[in-house]
Design a protein around this ligand. Structure first.
Ligand SMILES: *[C@@H]1O[C@H](CO)[C@@H](O)[C@H](O)[C@H]1NC(C)=O
Ligand SMILES: *[C@@H]1O[C@H](CO)[C@@H](O)[C@H](O)[C@H]1NC(C)=O
Length: 401
């Protein structure tokens, strides 16, 4: 809906007003070392990973932080980028908190986002391709470069969808995941409460034949990004009375929680979001919402036959998922509804923990941008990782209800 309003407003040359900030600048300004790595997928896409190899707050070992550290791989959600883990400043951001705890922090960027779409040939992709090409390429790259054999996987929203799809399709990656921390897990989606999603569901979710006609293109054309940045610079400033316009835009997409949103973060969020997302990604999510299945993209009967050799899209084999998984969920999450979260959690083998947010109004974006994200997410998550790494033998298991 928001999107259509923005398109209607038809503003297209706002370059001068927007303030583009890039991850490398943010990380250096925050006082941390940063490396940029270009990773090529087997289908010829070029992705960008950022790495924070060590924390300046820790005493460096003689070799300047080159000793082998355990990897923490951070994976962003749809329409976002690795920026979501570094915007909260040096004291509160997930990436820095993990670097300070001694982890070698790698920030993933999936195809289509603001860091990885440089050579994008086609926008015909959904999370299916991210699980098939992007995540294996990025994981293999980081392991190979560091000589590590496994890593901690930390993901928000679509980053968790990719995790479920990756391990369902390529069970060999179970061994590569030391622990996985899934913030607002999303596989089954039929209990989504989001009004926009319901609207889109009816609009696109029902006719696969229609989807076969949907060409892949960027759901957020460049000028919308510019527009957001401009709005951010103007309306979202902390002291502006207009900042409510800004927060309401966000709430309409993510659920309502005015008390805990970090308002001083809004200009930065608007300057870096939305990051590219393909039209097919949005259609795929509506399909999952309408069908209640966790399956690959539905190209329509004929399209499926050509693509998959069957009339209907294959469902993911979630019983293949065996890595140690920590689930973070909340009652007020419009996108990752508890019923859907429990459904996938019951299907996978090794759930170590359900971390339920005590705040009844905690929503989908609070995992990133709540004023209390450090206390309720970042620090507990870090402590679970440290605990696991200090007494390795902690075993999890199937938690039946
Ligand atoms: C792994 O790293 C070595 C050098 O460190 C490089 O020659 C090789 O191509 C890499 N392999 C992959 C799959 O990236
Ligand atoms: C809120 O955002 C600002 C601006 O990025 C940041 O400096 C601050 O640490 C954040 N506060 C919390 C509690 O996360």
């Amino acid at each position: 809906m928001l999107y259509f309003l923005l398109v209607l407003s038809g503003l297209s040359s706002l370059n001068a007003l927007s303030q583009k900030i890039l991850a490398t600048q943010i990380i250096s300004n925050d006082g941390y070392p940063v490396e940029t790595h270009s990773v090529k997928t087997t289908d010829e896409n070029h992705l960008t990973m950022f790495r924070i190899p060590y924390s300046p707050k820790l005493k460096l070992s003689e070799d300047n932080g080159k000793t082998s550290k355990r990897i923490a791989l951070l994976v962003h959600g749809a329409s976002s980028s690795s920026d979501c883990f570094i915007l909260n400043g040096p004291e509160n951001s997930m990436a820095y908190i993990l670097a300070d705890a001694g982890y070698d922090v790698w920030l993933a960027n999936c195809r289509g986002n603001r860091y990885s779409n440089k050579d994008m040939i086609t926008w015909d992709f959904t999370f299916d391709q991210m699980a098939k090409y992007d995540m294996p390429a990025m994981i293999d790259y980081a392991l190979n470069l560091t000589g590590q054999t496994d890593l901690h996987y930390i993901a928000h929203s679509q980053g968790t969808t990719i995790y479920f799809a990756l391990l369902s399709s390529f069970p060999r990656y179970n061994k590569v995941i030391r622990t996985a921390h899934l913030l607002a897990p999303a596989a089954y989606m039929n209990n989504i409460k989001l009004p926009v999603m319901k609207f889109l569901g009816y609009f696109y979710g029902f006719s696969p034949t229609l989807h076969s006609l949907v060409r892949g293109y960027n759901f957020w054309p460049d000028f919308t990004t510019e527009l957001f940045a401009m709005l951010g610079a103007w309306a979202c400033q902390e002291k502006q009375t207009t900042r409510h316009i800004c927060s309401n835009l966000l709430f309409s997409v993510c659920g309502y929680n005015p008390d805990r949103l970090n308002y001083s973060l809004l200009p930065k969020v608007m300057a870096t979001h939305p990051s590219g997302v393909s039209t097919r990604q949005t259609v795929h999510f509506s399909q999952l919402y309408v069908t209640g299945k966790f399956s690959k993209y539905d190209y329509g009967y004929l399209g499926n036959w050509f693509k998959y050799g069957q009339w209907t899209p294959p469902e993911y084999n979630t019983e293949n998922i065996e890595a140690r998984t920590y689930i973070y969920y909340a009652d007020n999450d419009y996108l990752s509804a508890p019923d859907d979260v429990f459904r996938i959690a019951r299907e996978i083998k090794n759930v170590c923990l359900y971390h339920k947010l005590p705040d009844k109004s905690w929503n989908h974006m609070d995992y990133l941008w709540s004023t209390e994200v450090k206390q309720y997410i970042n620090e507990p998550l870090r402590d679970y990782m440290l605990e696991f790494d200090s007494d390795r033998l902690r075993d999890c298991g199937s938690l039946e209800d």
